[in-house]
Design a protein around this ligand. Structure first.
Ligand SMILES: Nc1ncnc2c1ncn2[C@@H]1O[C@H](COP(=O)(O)OP(=O)(O)OP(=O)(O)O)[C@@H](O)[C@H]1O
Ligand SMILES: [Mg+2]
Length: 226
């Protein structure tokens, strides 16, 4: 299978008083199409920094990041935004839903930003809601949803633009083990056998069986476990 995402010698430091924190030590990493990769590791080890670099939320201090062969590490702010809208689906630990939008509108809103075809967006929104078991919640506001339902809405929202790279930062942190497994299975179903790939940060060892590869982050150093 072919490569989708590549880190070449990527390093990220943050300023910290008069010195710097090396949140990501020089890292080489690749993800192939069709794969689900997990990243585990202790708090503060650099996992979110890594995902934010992969999703063009941060710019590396050194090195090169490519998606589908295209360099993304030196884009302008405007180009980064366009890339995120068209290529990246970000799922955060907390759902971050917009309080005054109904479930279907949370998803449609992003879909309509990414695509001019409103009919197709509407169709895809209803399809994703069905896939996520949310059809009967389509007209609800976030305040009337359970934690698991909110997280599933956030997943639908991340998928509406058909991203080639799905990045999930502890997507199951607020869910019980049954819902967690469902969510990870869903992310897996979105990538296996497709041109897409997903990287998921997780603390939940039980989810690792569902992943094709597991990496461990320790102190800014990423090592492949399998
Ligand atoms: N904006 C920032 N400015 C300065 N230091 C930062 C910033 N963001 C993260 N750091 C530092 O970089 C290191 C890695 O942080 P990061 O958030 O990537 O860790 P993490 O593995 O995601 O942790 P957690 O499991 O708690 O979410 C930490 O030492 C953190 O304090
Ligand atoms: Mg984190």
């Amino acid at each position: 299978m072919t490569e989708l995402l590549r880190f070449s010698n990527v390093r990220k430091t943050y300023p910290s008083g008069r010195s710097v924190v090396e949140a990501l030590k020089p890292t080489d990493f690749t993800v192939k199409k069709g794969e689900l990769t997990a990243i585990v590791g202790p708090s503060g080890s650099g996992k979110s920094t890594f995902l934010s670099l992969a999703g063009a939320l941060l710019t590396p201090t050194e090195g090169s990041i490519t998606i589908g062969g295209k360099e993304i590490s030196h884009l302008s702010k405007k180009e980064q935004t366009a890339l995120r809208l068209n290529e990246i689906g970000f799922i955060f630990q907390a759902a971050h839903l917009v309080p005054y939008l109904r479930v279907k509108d949370q998803i449609r809103f992003i879909g309509n930003l990414a695509s001019k075809d409103k009919t197709a967006t509407q169709k895809q929104t209803m399809y994703l809601l069905e896939q996520l078991g949310l059809t009967d919640r389509a007209d609800f506001y976030p305040r009337d949803l359970s934690g698991g339902e909110k997280q599933r809405v956030a997943i639908a929202r991340a998928l509406i633009n058909s991203p080639s790279v799905i990045l999930a930062d502890e997507p199951t942190a607020s869910l019980d083990s049954k819902r967690s497994k469902e969510v990870v299975e869903l992310i897996r179903a979105e990538v296996v056998g497709t041109e897409r790939a997903a990287i998921m940060v997780t603390h939940d060892e039980r989810m690792l069986d569902l992943c094709d590869h597991v990496y461990r982050m320790e102190d800014g150093l990423l090592t492949k476990e399998r």
